[in-house]
Design a protein around this ligand. Structure first.
Ligand code: ADE
Ligand code: ZN
Length: 346
């Protein structure tokens, strides 16, 4: 592949066109404020903001917690299976526009079961959208159930128990919400149970929290991927291990910008981590709140960090490598990627 043949002028179109997976996206974080207001109306939920514009103007975050407060309040409009379907379907349409071929989607059941919305309502609505995404858009997908780390171990166990009747509808468990003060160790036993049941394990770690949380996500929870992981850069031994073992980090640049993990995109460490040979890829995290879906993350990050076609190819390959799919599927996507690069002259 001749990457030099792709001029910087062609790069934005290449980034848009290339096939890619998305492995770090919270479905509740894809709920656009217009849809949120429509659901509030049909479900008769009172919101803290009077208009879409007023709500959007509150999306000025200073850290993870300031975002989570608004994100959980927004999720209160989700009540019926159709609400979960509509939210996920809207995401899949965006994903299609961005040439996403496969998505592994997080959902936060405790946000809903705490409001007496059943696990069945959540999972059946989301699952139906996943089936339609394959049938109508040719996007494959799977669901990953996340435990909220600010809640107790007991609540996580209860959540896992409630989800067991629907175990064929999700492939793994994750860990999200407020990171600081809630180390992975708190969930050692529930992750062990989930892994014994055959689920994959991933965990948010090193978003705001220290590298020690990445070590324990790997060694205590046995996470196969680390979500965010950008704080690993402060720990040389950890960086060496991540590179050597090719442990994927699902990096989310616009999220990191909006939650003030980095002061501007030009200071993001994605380029450096790529240069150090880590298996990282780009993701959108909570696109309705952070100002862009997947391609917007690619475009802004490439512009800010001056990345090139070689980087684009590597990021797309990493997004295939890190997905929970068969090797045959990865090879097929790689061929699609090569075809795409060739049409751009590579
Ligand atoms: N839940 C939704 N988005 C999140 C993030 N960026 N970090 C932790 N928990 C989250
Ligand atoms: Zn996340």
């Amino acid at each position: 592949m001749n990457f030099e043949a792709i001029s910087p002028a062609k790069l934005p179109d290449l980034l848009r066109a290339m096939p890619k997976t998305e492995l770090h996206m919270h479905i509740e974080g894809s709920l656009e404020s217009e849809l949120l207001f429509a659901m509030a109306k049909r479900n008769e939920v009172r919101l803290n903001h009077a208009t879409v514009e007023e709500l959007r103007s509150a999306y000025a975050f200073t850290d993870l917690q300031s975002f989570l407060d608004i994100y959980y309040a927004g999720a209160s409009v989700l009540q019926q299976p159709q609400d979960f379907y509509d939210m996920a379907w809207a995401y899949f349409l965006r994903a299609k526009a961005d040439n996403v071929v496969h998505a592994e989607i997080f959902f936060d059941p405790q946000t809903h079961t705490e409001r007496k919305v059943s696990m069945r309502t959540v999972i059946t609505g989301l699952h139906r959208a996943c089936v339609d995404a394959k049938e109508k858009l040719n996007i494959s997908s799977s669901l990953i159930l996340c435990f909220l780390r600010h809640l107790s171990e007991e609540s996580a166990f209860e959540t896992l128990d409630q989800a067991i009747p629907f175990k064929e509808f999700f492939i793994g468990v994750g860990l999200d919400s407020s990171e600081r003060g809630h180390p992975p160790e708190k969930f050692e036993r529930v992750f062990k149970r989930a892994r014994q049941l055959g689920f994959k394990a991933v965990a948010h770690a090193g978003e705001e929290g220290p590298p020690a949380y990445i070590w324990s996500a790997l060694d205590v929870l046995h996470a196969e991927r680390i979500d965010h992981g950008v704080q690993a850069i402060h720990d040389t031994a950890l960086m060496n291990r991540l590179a050597k073992e090719r442990i994927p980090l699902t990096v989310c640049p616009l999220s990191n910008l909006k939650l003030c993990v980095f002061p501007d995109l030009g200071k993001h460490n994605l380029g450096e981590m790529l240069n150090q040979g880590l298996c990282i890829m780009i993701n959108s995290d909570d696109p309705a709140y952070f100002g862009g879906y997947l391609n917007e993350n690619f475009l802004q990050t490439f512009a800010a960090l001056n990345l090139n076609a070689t980087d684009a190819y590597q990021l797309a390959c990493n997004s295939f490598e890190a997905a929970f799919v068969t090797d045959e599927q990865k090879t097929a996507w790689r061929r699609q990627l090569d075809d795409c690069f060739r049409t751009f002259g590579a």
